[in-house]
Write a protein that binds this ligand. Structure first.
Ligand code: G6P
Length: 617
């Protein structure tokens, strides 16, 4: 995600930038930096005693703040960044801002540049030198390459050259007092005040300075000076846009107007899933260099072993099913805490995958070490660049969900499922285990998953009404089969975690071997039953519990006209392929758990006894 803030005006900017970044820390917190056009006497590159000074540090913002204090830099125009690493570890060198070769252009960036490798190559040929591992560093060099007296014109050229997502903000000591911003897909707002003008990724960063804002749209650029804001469309023509007024208080603004981080993160899922696809699915073609496996190695695979804990374990179960179905090789899934103690067998040509959103779970780390000591090569799937699991694995695939603040995993889960889908399809293509036309069909469906999640989120009020009517029940059974089973297990886990109500996620067909004994009028049965090969089977299971007085809430697909005869409540989700329903069915379940917990007045962001990353056994 990353957070950006920038200011130009009649005040000194260092404190404005640092305070703004602290308000954006929820967007990323692995490193931070500022660049200020400083009224230094020792000018190197800018006119009349001006140069760009940069302070950046790995770690939380206050580490960088301390350093900025020691260096005593300040000025009236600057940019700042708090990072959530996507390319390159969260080190000082990789932290933003990044400079061009002459040191006269500084850039901060939020997003991913898909074609950065080829751009780097091109720029290298023209004599540019790179010092970081980031994709962002190509930007100041592109600006330098295109600079011809106007930073704005150079930016407009740059955004045409890059593929990817993001927001870019730049300053140059050759144009002091001027800030140029560009939005490709990530958010960017302008704040307008008597004392100067601001840019930020999000309103809370600058809310204490102004209530007047302008939103920048995709492919627009903006030029700020102390007393002027000009917005340009993608052709470079000036656009007139009236500012709007914001009346939020700062606390609710940090959560983007949502009551809790968990709800905000549920609503961020279309974005997290889209970002996770980015660069791996380009124009219908799959690319997975990060795996570090040759086509030959993929063709020779005999087995895949996945280990994970908690919610990540459920993503692994989805991975098992799609990989076995598409790639036709066996996949074993284990809890990390079990794997490490059960004397596991590591066979030749077995790929070992560890899924962990935090990258720090001690059991997963221990399982990796155990597998490594037995000769396994490890692929990590994690949301945190530079985490211990990422460092100890042979290769890493990052989910790009952005930082998750709520303890309860939501957007990292759907991003993990997306990685499972992408790996499954990549292996299937490499091994030829799925026909070209079938592959094309699945990829076309996958591409519109973010839109479908967005459509489901539009029904949040309906889910809330169902939660309002059912939250007093004391037992919840989540039932699913095949692709619906991991969603059922994840649903029960979500509800337990944040509402403290007893819940079970169970294979619908197994229910009659035990859990059905729990069923009475205090029970809610959540049936995950989209269209597909097992729909009829679950429908019978639902009738069995209905006959025992349970309240039925069915999650069904759009065209289902049948289930409503048996269920007390239904929620419809868009149609998709049977293998892909898991990433959709979980969305209403997350919302349902959330609204039940809210009815019970629970602290959903910090549930009792739980931690975001479990670093003890
Ligand atoms: C904790 C978190 C869960 C998470 C589990 C595994 O229990 O509260 O949300 O699913 O750890 O975490 P990992 O970071 O390894 O995915």
């Amino acid at each position: 995600m990353c957070g950006i803030v920038a200011y130009t005006g009649n005040k000194k900017c260092k404190d404005i930038l640092i305070k703004g970044l602290k308000r954006l820390e929820y967007r990323g917190y692995d490193s931070a930096g500022i660049a200020i056009i400083s009224d230094s006497a020792a000018a190197r590159s800018g006119p009349a005693g001006l140069e760009i000074k940069v302070v950046k540090e790995a770690g939380k913002i206050n580490i960088m703040e301390k350093e900025a204090g020691v260096l005593k830099i300040d000025g009236n125009c600057g940019i700042g960044h708090t990072r959530w690493a996507t390319h390159g570890e969260p080190t000082k060198i990789n932290a933003h801002p990044h400079l061009d070769g002459s040191g006269s252009i500084a850039v901060v960036h939020n997003g991913i540049i898909e074609n950065y490798a080829e751009l780097k190559e091109e720029l290298r040929k023209n004599g540019h030198k790179f010092i970081s591992e980031t994709d962002t560093e190509v930007l100041p060099h592109l600006l330098e390459e295109y600079y011809n007296g106007s930073l704005l014109a150079a930016m407009q050229k740059t955004i045409k050259k890059i593929k990817g997502s993001g927001t870019i903000v730049a300053i140059s000591s050759r144009q002091p007092g001027e800030i140029i911003g560009a939005r490709i897909t990530s958010p960017l707002v302008v704040g307008i005040s008597e004392d100067g003008n601001f840019l930020a990724s999000d309103i809370p960063a600058i809310l204490e300075h102004t209530r007047n804002f302008i939103v920048i749209n995709d492919f627009e650029t903006v030029r700020l000076t102390a007393d002027r804001v000009e917005v340009f469309d993608r052709k470079g023509k000036v656009i007139k846009r009236k500012p709007f007024k914001v009346n939020w208080d700062i606390g609710s603004a940090e959560k983007g107007g949502y009551d809790d981080f968990m709800l905000k993160e549920i609503f961020e899922q279309p974005y997290g899933v889209e970002e996770t696809m980015r660069g791996r699915l380009i124009d219908g073609e799959l690319s997975f260099n990060e795996l570090g496996l040759t086509a030959e190695q993929i063709k020779n695979l005999k087995k895949i072993q996945i280990i994970a804990c908690g919610t990540s374990y459920h993503a692994a179960l989805i991975g098992k099913q799609v990989i076995e179905n598409w790639v036709k090789i066996p996949v074993e899934v284990d809890f990390s805490s079990e794997y490490r103690y059960r004397n596991p067998i590591v066979e030749d040509n077995c790929l070992f995958m560890a899924i962990t959103q935090s990258g720090e779970t001690i059991d997963t780390l221990a399982a990796i070490r155990e597998a490594k000591s037995r000769g396994a090569k490890i692929v990590a799937i994690t949301n945190v660049v530079g985490s211990t699991v990422a460092r100890e694995s042979n290769s890493v695939i990052y989910t790009h969900a952005g930082p998750e603040i709520g303890v309860c995993a939501t957007k990292t889960f759907t991003a993990q499922i997306m990685v499972m889908y992408l790996i499954g399809l990549y292996f299937a293509r490499t091994r030829g285990s799925v026909s070209k036309s079938e592959l094309h069909k699945i990829i076309s469906e996958l591409k519109i998953i973010p839109q479908k999640i967005q459509n489901i989120l539009k029904g949040a009020d309906k889910i809330k009404q169902i939660a309002d009517k059912t939250y007093k029940h004391t037992c919840f059974l989540f039932l699913g089969r095949i692709y619906g089973l991991p969603s059922a297990m994840e649903g029960a886990l979500k509800l337990k975690e944040i509402s403290y109500i007893h819940a079970e996620g169970y294979p619908a067909g197994e229910m009659k071997h035990g859990p059905i004994a729990l069923t009475d009028e205090n029970t809610v049965v959540v049936g995950i039953m989209p269209a597909g090969s097992v729909y009829e089977k679950i429908l019978s299971n639902i009738q069995e519990v209905k006959a025992r007085k349970a309240t039925i809430f069915s999650i069904i697909s759009q065209k289902d006209k049948n289930t409503k005869k048996y269920a007390d409540y239904i929620f419809k989700i868009p149609e998709t392929l049977e293998e892909l329903y898991a990433i959709l069915t979980i969305i209403p379940i997350q919302l349902y758990s959330y609204y039940i917990a809210k009815n019970l007045k629970r602290n959903v962001d910090q549930p009792r006894n739980l931690a975001k990353s479990v670093t003890v056994e």
